[in-house]
Write a protein that binds this ligand. Structure first.
Ligand code: ZN
Length: 65
């Protein structure tokens, strides 16, 4: 599977931390309720924007250790 470099759509930062795993979101759109599949939630360390990925998504993060 192709790996995509993680990039925040807001500030273009490639640094993010995992804010949650196996998160399901529920909500209501018009007259229908919906429930998402398990998601991984990443939070941009630059601007705080939350990015959601489904389990099939793969991403790379560049971290200096
Ligand atoms: Zn950002």
């Amino acid at each position: 599977m192709e790996q995509k470099a993680l990039e925040c759509p807001i500030c273009k930062s490639n640094k993010a931390e995992i804010a949650g795993e196996n998160v399901k979101l529920s909500g209501r759109f018009e007259d229908k309720e919906f429930l998402t599949t398990d998601l991984t939630v990443l939070r941009c360390m630059g601007c705080g924007f939350y990015m959601l990925f489904d389990k099939m998504a793969q991403f790379t993060t560049k971290e200096s250790t």
